[in-house]
Design a protein around this ligand. Structure first.
Ligand code: ADE
Ligand code: ZN
Length: 337
C-alpha cells in the first residue's frame, strides 16, 4: 500500500454529506424487496448494477427514488443506517452528519415516524457500537412545493430535538434556493443548522441565493462557485465549508474525468473543502475510496489530505471542544505516518 493510502486509512474522518437512502447497496435492495414483497424491475444484482450508469443528476434521481420504494418498515431504515455505519467505521470515520429525505417516503404513504424512528435507533447506538457520533439533517426535496415542505416541517415538530439541521436536495436546475426562503427562516428560528445543495449542477447564482436568502451554515457541493471569483472570495471570507463529493461528481458527469476535479484548486484558493461520498451505493465508493481516488487523480499531497480530514471536523456541527479532540487525534496519527 502506498504511504498516502496508509495515511488515508489511518486518519480519523468526518462525513458531512451522505444521503442515507443513497447507501442502499444492491444486495440490500434485493433483500428488502423480497422481505417486503415489493416489485422491482431487476432480477439479479448484475441488473441492478447495470442500472447504476448515469449521465446527469436527474438520471440518478430517477433510480434513487425507485430504489427507495423497497424501504417500508422501521426495521428497514434501521438496517440501512446500521449497515452504513458499519461500513464507514471500517474507514475510520468517527463522526457523521447524515441526510434523510422524509418526503421520499411520506409521498408514497410511509408515515414520517417510520423512517426517523429506524434511523435514530441505529444512530443512537452508533457511539457505543462503532465509536461514531452523529448529527441528523432532514432534507426537503426541492422539486416539490414550498407548501409540501411546510407540511413536512409540521410532521417533524415532535422530533426537532433529534433533528439538528435542514438541507435541500433533489433536482437542482429550475428549483432555486429562493423557493425555500421561508422554510429556512422557520428552521433558523427553531435553532436548527442550515445547509443546502447548491452549485452541483446549478449556476453560481444559486449559491448566492443559498447564502443570501437561506443564510446557510455550510454549502453542499458548491463546485460551480469556482466560476465566479467574487463568490469564491465571499465563501472564503465567511469561512464556509464545502461538502464536496468527488466520486458523485464523476458519476453524475459534473466532471468528465476525476483528473479535472476541482478539489485541489479549492484548497489552493483557500476554501474549506471536505471529501464525502454522497450516495456511495450508487457512485462506487465510501469515504476512503473517495479520498484515495481523488488523491491519486489530482495529486493531493500528504499535507492536503490532512487538511481535508481536519476540515471535516472543523466544518462539522460538533462543539469546539469535540472538534479539538478530533484535531489532536489527527495530529497524533499524522505524526506517526
Ligand atoms: N439526493 C441524493 N443525492 C443527491 C445529490 N447528489 N444531489 C441532489 N440531490 C440528491
Ligand atoms: Zn447530496
Amino acid at each position: 500500500m502506498s504511504n498516502l493510502n496508509a495515511l488515508i486509512e489511518a486518519l480519523p474522518k468526518a462525513e458531512l454529506h451522505l444521503h442515507l437512502e443513497g447507501s442502499l447497496e444492491p444486495e440490500q435492495l434485493m433483500e428488502f424487496a423480497a422481505r417486503n414483497g415489493v416489485d422491482i424491475p431487476f432480477k439479479t444484482l448484475e441488473e441492478v448494477r447495470a442500472a447504476y450508469e448515469f449521465s446527469n443528476l436527474q438520471d440518478f434521481l430517477d433510480i434513487y427514488y425507485q430504489g427507495m420504494s423497497v424501504l417500508q418498515t422501521e426495521a428497514d431504515f434501521h438496517d440501512l443506517t446500521d449497515a452504513y455505519l458499519q461500513r464507514v467505521a471500517a474507514d475510520n470515520v468517527r463522526h457523521v452528519e447524515v441526510f434523510f429525505d422524509p418526503q421520499g417516503h411520506t409521498d408514497r404513504g410511509i408515515p414520517f415516524d417510520v423512517p426517523i424512528k429506524g434511523i435514530l435507533r441505529a444512530l443512537d447506538a452508533a457511539e457505543a457500537k462503532y465509536g461514531i457520533t452523529y448529527r441528523l439533517i432532514m432534507c426537503f426535496l426541492r422539486h416539490l412545493s414550498e407548501e409540501d415542505a411546510f407540511e413536512t416541517w409540521e410532521q417533524a415538530q415532535p422530533w426537532l430535538s433529534k433533528i439538528h439541521g435542514i438541507g435541500l436536495d433533489s433536482s437542482e436546475n429550475g428549483h432555486p434556493p429562493s423557493k425555500f426562503t421561508r422554510i429556512y427562516e422557520a428552521a433558523r428560528k427553531a435553532g436548527l443548522k442550515l445547509v443546502a445543495h447548491a452549485g452541483e449542477e446549478g449556476p453560481p447564482s444559486y449559491v448566492y441565493e443559498a447564502l443570501d436568502d437561506l443564510k446557510i451554515d455550510r454549502i453542499d457541493h458548491g463546485n460551480r462557485s469556482l466560476e465566479d471569483d467574487a463568490l469564491v472570495a465571499r465563501i472564503k471570507e465567511a469561512g464556509l465549508t464545502l461538502t464536496v463529493c468527488p466520486l458523485s461528481n464523476l458519476s453524475l458527469c459534473v466532471v468528465d474525468d476525476l483528473k479535472d476535479h476541482p478539489m485541489k484548486r479549492m484548497l489552493e484558493l483557500g476554501l474549506k473543502a471536505t471529501i464525502n461520498s454522497d450516495d456511495p451505493a450508487y457512485f462506487g465508493g465510501y469515504m476512503n475510496e473517495n479520498y484515495r481516488q481523488t488523491a491519486e487523480a489530482v495529486g493531493l499531497t500528504r499535507e492536503e489530505i490532512i487538511t481535508i480530514a481536519k476540515n471535516g471536523f472543523t466544518g462539522s456541527f460538533l462543539s469546539p471542544e469535540e472538534q479539538a479532540r478530533h484535531l489532536a487525534e489527527i495530529d497524533r496519527i499524522a505524526s506517526a505516518h
